[in-house]
Structure formats: structure tokens, C-alpha cells
Design a protein around this ligand. Structure first.
Ligand SMILES: NC(=O)c1ccc[n+]([C@@H]2O[C@H](COP(=O)([O-])OP(=O)(O)OC[C@H]3O[C@@H](n4cnc5c(N)ncnc54)[C@H](OP(=O)(O)O)[C@@H]3O)[C@@H](O)[C@H]2O)c1
Length: 296
């Protein structure tokens, strides 16, 4: 009898996300097993109990998913899990804390394609401003954007916090060009931005009509917030590269549901790759972005 596909789902939080559990079943996993309130020093035990209980061939039907809310903890947990694999006793690992990696991947991939389709320009050498950028979606978006060759301002309400997170993006993930900036200064740095991402907490507007009108280089605005009011004024959640009426520069808007569609496909593809790959994979926002680029 063939062994079932088992996905061990780890989170430092008190529950795994039902969103991720549904996604895992829908991607073909037979069973998802939650491990909650997990700390870094417990990863070794979970990994070793996972790998030594099945033959290498059955391990191809076994995986570890890392959720939670924190980007850096999730990335550290991938590394910790990898450290305790004993090839050929090894399983794939995929992290998507708060769904942030796949959401960022979807948003940036649609933006990249829209720049090409609407302006015949590449997603490189642009000034990218990420409002509400200090959360998990903002951090992953910042690193992907900076690694593509853009200058990135990661914006928050505290300059110290924004700068320290920008430093982590550059030092830990090698993105080099991420800088922190203060939300209350945004009128000045938005005025010549090419691209604006809103990754702030749900239901908060961070870019109003006035800021959009004064942004003379603006080409693309993307808003991951699906809860009214729009995070960027004038973008409807359904908008999929739609001309923004409040922009004087001919900017196009991308809304949360259009982003969610690509996010969904990218997460589905990552979850599937885990049991389809010949060699174990370790997946995070950069791999999610590759899938998102194929899905737009
Ligand atoms: N479309 C999709 O498929 C999808 C999927 C997942 C998530 N989302 C959405 O993506 C967004 C970002 O998610 P996340 O988990 O990264 O966000 P988050 O951590 O909840 O918030 C991001 C940042 O927003 C800022 N913020 C919080 N309250 C604020 C306030 N009252 N005024 C101004 N700024 C405030 C904070 O930055 P500072 O404290 O540094 O200012 C925070 O770090 C949310 O809207 C979420 O609903 C969308």
C-alpha cells in the first residue's frame, strides 16, 4: 500500500492558519499535522522524528511547512530544519509566514509584468516605495524588489524600526539597496516614486488622492489591503492593472484580489513542488516569486 502524503505544519503561534491547511489539502497533501507554539530549539526533534520514521522513498511523500507571523523566525526555522536533515533522510521545507511570502511574490510579479506591458520598461532601476513596509509582506516585497535592481524605501511610523528592518533586509537577505523612511515624511519621497506598494495593516489608508496627484513619475501602485478603505486611494480590490483616475502621471492600480489570485497559485505550486521534486527543496519568498512570475 502506498504511504499517504503527510505535511507537518509548524508554527511559533498558537494555531496554524486554516488558510494554509486548506491550501495544503487542495494541493494534494492527504493529511496536515499541526505543531503549535514551536520554538527554535524544538525544530531538531521535529525534523528528526519526521525523517527517521519513513524510508527515503516514503520521505518523498513527506514535508514540513513553516507558518507563523514573523519573516525572520520563519527563515531561521528553514535553516535550522535543513541543518538537522541527514541525507538521504531529508524532506522538503516551505515557509510562508502569514501568507506573506506568496502575497509579496504575487504583488511584485504582477507589477513587473504591468511595467513591461504598459510602459515597455523593466522592473529594475526604479524607485520603489513600500508603505506600511515593516510587516512580513513589506519585508519580502522589499527584498524581492531590491534584488531585482531597484532602490527601495521601506516606510513605517518609527524611523528606528524602519531602518533596523531595512538593515536586516540588506544584511540577512543580501538585498543591499533597502533604506528605512518615516511615514510622516512621505509627501517628499512619494513625489518622484515610480512604484508604490501598500503593505500596511488591513483597513488603513496610507496614500490619499493628494499624494497620488503629486507623484509625477508614478507608474504602478499595488495595494494588498482588501479591507475598506483602500490602502491606496482609488484602487479597487478587484483592479488588475487598471488606469487610476486620480493619477496625473498615467499610473495603473493593482488591487488585493488580483494579487490574491496570483498568491494562491504560487502557494499551490510551492506546496505541490514539495512532493513532486526529485531532491528535497527549501522554499521561501524567492521561490514563490519564480512561480508567481510564471503565473501572471
Ligand atoms: N491580498 C492578499 O492575498 C493578502 C494576503 C496576506 C496579507 N494581506 C494583507 O497584506 C497587508 C500586510 O500584511 P502584514 O501581515 O505584513 O501586515 P501587518 O504586519 O499587520 O502590518 C504591516 C505594517 O503596517 C503598519 N501599521 C499597523 N497599524 C498601522 C496604523 N494604524 N497606521 C499606519 N500603519 C500601521 C505597521 O508598521 P509600523 O508600526 O512600522 O508603522 C506594520 O508593521 C495586510 O493588509 C493584510 O491584510 C493580503
Amino acid at each position: 500500500m502506498e504511504k499517504p502524503f503527510l505535511l507537518h505544519m509548524i508554527t511559533p503561534e498558537k494555531n496554524i492558519s486554516p488558510f494554509d491547511a486548506n491550501m495544503a489539502f487542495d494541493a494534494g497533501w492527504d493529511s496536515v499535522i499541526p505543531y503549535t507554539n514551536i520554538e527554535m530549539d524544538e525544530i531538531q526533534g521535529i525534523v528528526q522524528d519526521t525523517i527517521f520514521s519513513r524510508s527515503p522513498s516514503a520521505l518523498k511523500r513527506t514535508g514540513i511547512f513553516i507558518g507563523g507571523r514573523d519573516t525572520h523566525t520563519a527563515m531561521d526555522m528553514i535553516e535550522e530544519a535543513k541543518k538537522h536533515m541527514v541525507p538521504p533522510f531529508e524532506v522538503p521545507v516551505f515557509a510562508d509566514p502569514s501568507g506573506a511570502f506568496t502575497t509579496a511574490a504575487g504583488m511584485v510579479a504582477i507589477t513587473e509584468k504591468a511595467l513591461k506591458d504598459k510602459f515597455s520598461e523593466s522592473f529594475s532601476g526604479k524607485k520603489v516605495v513600500i508603505l506600511g513596509g515593516t510587516g512580513p509582506v513589506g519585508v519580502a516585497s522589499a527584498v524581492i524588489s531590491a534584488k531585482a535592481g531597484n532602490s527601495v524605501l521601506l516606510v513605517g511610523r518609527s524611523l528606528d524600526k524602519a531602518e533596523s528592518i531595512a538593515k536586516i533586509c540588506n544584511e540577512k537577505y543580501g538585498s543591499k539597496s533597502v533604506k528605512g523612511a518615516l511615514d510622516s515624511d512621505k509627501a517628499s519621497f512619494l513625489s518622484d516614486a515610480d512604484i508604490v506598494f501598500n503593505t500596511g495593516a488591513a483597513g488603513i489608508q496610507l496614500m490619499n488622492d493628494e499624494l497620488i496627484k503629486n507623484a509625477v513619475n508614478l507608474k504602478i501602485c499595488a495595494d494588498v489591503n482588501a479591507v475598506p478603505p483602500a490602502g491606496i486611494s482609488g484602487i479597487d480590490a478587484m483592479d488588475n492593472v487598471v488606469a487610476m483616475k486620480n493619477s496625473k502621471s498615467g499610473c495603473f492600480g493593482i488591487g488585493a484580489l488580483a494579487i490574491g489570485n496570483i498568491k494562491y497559485k504560487s502557494q499551490h505550486d510551492c506546496l505541490k513542488l514539495m512532493y513532486k521534486c526529485d531532491e528535497p527543496v527549501y522554499l521561501h519568498f524567492e521561490h514563490a516569486f519564480e512561480f508567481a512570475q510564471k503565473n501572471v
